[in-house]
Design a binder for this molecule. Structure first.
Ligand code: ADP
Ligand code: MG
Length: 414
């Protein structure tokens, strides 16, 4: 940190201004004190000279013209030399100790001045103490805020708009607390996610499992059961087992994607080719209701994504569209490309989605009012959304009831 930055601190500014003001005040005091001292020495010198000349003139009035020039013009060099010679015999010289100088004795000027300086330092000390106290207060605020963070209290943060080091400490501290809040929130969400997932899974598995147990009990308790009856139970068991298998496979898939446990690879994919392959895989489903699927556009569009998973996402959307579109209906797929992103639009002409369902259909296990399969689970769209979002895509839905639904997926180009 360079000097200029240090000087910008409000704490320093406050100290500097006050110390400067105090110094001006103390200098003035010192000035008047010294002035007073010098004046009183002056008076003493004048008195001494006056007394000396008075004494001389009382004895020799004729000398008045001889000596008066000492007062008006000062001494001449030869007079000074002669005076020095005579007085030296009595020990009266320039280097005579101040205590022995009758004129100055009793003044102890150096001592008084030193005491004065010491006395003047007291307000300076008090000022510094006061300023330090402000600093300590700030440090106490910081340690209080840190304690609060330890106690998981994140709303009593430090002031950020202060100038200088304390301001920047406040900003970093708050950023750190923010980071911590986010991490804690993320942990909390992950925990909630796991809890919900576990309860969803156990709920979804319990029903078919209960049926299986009943069928199995029936078969065991009645060994002589008619063959036809037995076949019915076995057939129903198989249905439940199929359902469970499918459930487990899809749930595991969804859990892995949602938990971010899948490393999606980034390949350069021809969008049109991928979509054609997804449609091809669903051709028998479409043929059952004599539905048509058309693809337009996207001949030159490329995506950076995971081919397998993206195909699964597209197939989920097309399958839904076919399920909710009447016989001989049409599903239209449009691939659009612009400078910023690739967009995939899948539109059907089915019954559409009820406005109440619209905000929820991407949630795990959510089935709309119009769900029409016997074992509708509500996993397909949740999985699709996760697959797309994990690869930085966006999926949205619009629907006009009785006119159809439109799913729109966008991938930003990079
Ligand atoms: N193309 C569509 N047209 C009308 N409703 C749809 C469409 N796609 C999805 N939905 C609604 O969204 C719900 C969730 O879909 P999804 O997650 O695939 O579950 P599922 O197909 O097992 O019901 C469906 O139950 C249905 O109500
Ligand atoms: Mg579905």
């Amino acid at each position: 940190m360079n000097m200029i930055e240090v000087l910008r601190n409000p704490e320093w500014k406050s100290i500097a201004v006050k110390v400067l003001a105090l110094q001006v005040l103390l200098s003035l005091l010192m000035f008047f004190y010294m002035h007073h001292q010098v004046e009183s020495i002056n008076t003493t010198i004048v008195n001494q000279n006056t007394a000396l000349i008075g004494h001389l003139l009382m004895k020799e009035p004729g000398l008045e013209n001889e000596v008066i020039h000492f007062i008006t013009q000062g001494a001449k060099a030869d007079e000074l030399a002669e005076g020095k010679r005579i007085l030296a015999q009595y020990g009266y010289q320039g280097d005579i100790p101040i205590e022995n100088q009758p004129v100055l004795s009793g003044r102890s000027l150096p001592l008084k001045t030193a005491a004065q300086v010491l006395l003047l330092l007291i307000p300076l000390m008090l000022l510094l103490l006061w300023e330090y106290r402000k600093l300590f207060d700030k440090i106490r605020t910081i340690s209080y805020a840190a304690e609060q963070v330890v106690e998981n209290q994140f709303d009593n943060l430090l002031p950020e708009n202060e100038e200088g080091e304390f301001g920047s400490l406040g900003r970093s501290f708050n950023a750190m607390a923010g980071r911590l809040t986010n991490s804690l929130e993320q942990l909390r969400q992950e925990k909630a996610f796991l809890r919900n997932l576990l309860s969803d899974i156990s709920h979804q598995l319990k029903t078919p499992l209960a049926s299986l147990i009943v069928f199995n009990e029936n078969l065991l308790s009645d060994p002589g059961m008619e063959k036809e009856m037995r076949m019915t139970f076995l057939e129903r068991s198989r249905q439940q087992l199929d359902r469970m298998e499918w459930l487990i496979v899809s749930l595991l898939k969804l859990a892995r994607v949602e938990a971010g446990a899948i490393g999606f690879c980034k390949e350069r994919i021809r969008l049109r080719e991928l979509m054609e392959s997804a449609v091809y895989s669903l051709r028998t489903v479409a043929e059952q209701k004599r539905q048509t699927i058309t693809i337009r556009g996207g001949e030159n569009a490329f995506l950076q994504a995971d081919e397998e998973w993206l195909k699964e996402a597209f197939m989920n959307l097309i399958k839904n569209a076919l399920e909710h579109t009447p016989q001989e209906g049409e599903v239209r797929i449009k691939l659009e490309e612009n400078a910023l992103f690739n967009t995939i639009v899948i539109r059907d002409t089915g019954e559409g989605i009820h406005p109440d369902d619209l905000p929820h259909i991407f949630k795990r296990f959510y089935r709309g009012k119009n769900h029409n399969k016997p074992h509708s689970l509500g996993i397909g769209l949740a999985l699709t959304k996760s697959i797309i979002e994990e690869q930085n895509g966006i999926i949205t839905v619009e629907s006009v009831p009785r006119e159809g639904a439109t799913f729109r997926i966008s991938f930003f180009k990079r």
